[in-house]
Design a protein around this ligand. Structure first.
Ligand SMILES: Cc1cc2nc3c(=O)[nH]c(=O)nc-3n(C[C@H](O)[C@H](O)[C@H](O)COP(=O)(O)O)c2cc1C
Length: 332
């Protein structure tokens, strides 16, 4: 049994989820400024890290130009996927100096990831998983955490319990559980009773995840499952203010609502921050789509968004939406 490494001190129990194409450094920074206790990079291939390190190194540049982040995000976790042990060890050593936590992905259900024996495919490979955890914890001195789904299909939805036991044996410092099977994708409901089961079966911190849609849900998940932390994905990706609301609700039992105008103001800050990083314009456009969801008139803005070609055009369009408060109205 390996001693578990302590986690950093978090300013909040509410974390922002790793989300491919969404949790870019600009949005993460905005979430941090709004009170997220921990943020994660999107899942990153260990093979890509090793290859990029070589390429960038030859040009006298560093891996932080590939896995981008800012000091203001700390604590920040880098999420890795991939199961080739030698490459994993190399990749972990490359990113370790920059990040506070190394998170390992066993949750991704996407076929292009699972076909590489990575992501959630590993839930069915306990011995390989043990080797991975041992190698990863052995390679770095920072805390290593795990994020997983509960199982692959309905009949093995408790696979997470075996993996959690291995994780504890091998020195993993925290487990995040998204209690849906791979087969479920995002359908049905996240089964929070499995988070409770996990919490009762391990001695390390547990982070609950899945279908937390409001600050009320944060408290509900903590009360129902006993989890130590709550990770929020979709509900925060168009509303970084979610973290301020959740923290206020935890502290006082109340929280301020956010208007469409305020949400757009956050988006303008996002746009400013995004200019400091190399973020694909397609991703920035998708963030704009997200930020305008759930608002009266948002659909009209999104129709026009399809035709914008650069950040300036996008900013102009959203400034029009911002100014046209009376036309668009507010829902939230
Ligand atoms: C667009 C998108 C991208 C995602 N990318 C990742 C990822 O890179 N790594 C990961 O562990 N989970 C990823 N997830 C899963 C989320 O982190 C989270 O587990 C899931 O959305 C459930 O939480 P929620 O109900 O709060 O959204 C992604 C989810 C979505 C919707």
């Amino acid at each position: 049994m390996v001693t578990t490494r302590p986690l950093p001190v978090f300013s909040s129990k509410v974390f922002f989820a790793p989300m491919a194409g969404v949790s870019d450094p600009a949005l993460r920074l905005l979430c941090c400024e709004n009170g997220a206790g921990l943020v994660f990079t999107e899942l990153t291939s260990i093979h890509a890290i090793v290859a990029k390190e070589k390429e960038l190194g030859l040009q006298g540049r560093g891996i932080h130009e590939f896995v981008q982040f800012s000091e203001k995000e700390r604590p920040v976790a880098v999420q890795l996927f991939g199961s080739d042990i030698d490459v994993l060890v190399k990749a972990a050593k490359i990113v370790e100096p920059y990040f506070d936590i190394i998170d390992y992905n066993m949750g991704c259900p996407a076929p292009h990831i699972t076909c590489q024996m990575a992501g959630a495919a590993l839930l069915q490979k306990p011995e390989l998983t043990r080797t991975i955890f041992r190698a990863l914890v052995g390679a770095v001195s920072k805390p290593v955490t795990l994020k997983m789904r509960c199982g692959v299909k309905e009949s093995n939805r408790l696979l997470f319990l075996d993996i959690a036991k291995i994780a504890c044996d091998e020195g993993i410092s925290m487990i995040t559980l998204h209690p849906r099977t791979v087969d479920q994708g995002y359908s049905g409901k996240a089964d929070w009773s499995l988070i409770k089961m996990l919490k009762e079966s391990v001695s390390i911190p547990v982070c609950g995840n899945g279908d937390v849609c409001s600050p009320e849900d944060v408290i509900k998940m903590m009360n129902e499952t006993g989890c130590d932390y709550v990770m929020v994905g979709r509900a925060a990706c168009n509303n970084p203010f979610f973290f301020s609301q959740a923290n206020e609700y935890i502290r006082t039992g109340r929280y301020a609502a956010i208007t469409f105008q305020e949400r757009l103001r956050h988006f303008f800050v996002y746009l400013d921050y995004s200019s400091n990083y190399s973020i694909n314009f397609a991703n920035i456009k998708m963030q704009a789509m997200n930020f305008t969801k759930g608002s009266v008139g948002g659909a009209r803005v999104r129709e026009k968004l399809i035709f914008v070609h650069n950040v300036e055009e996008l900013r102009l369009l959203l400034e029009e939406a911002y100014d046209a408060k009376n036309n668009y109205g507010e829902r939230n």
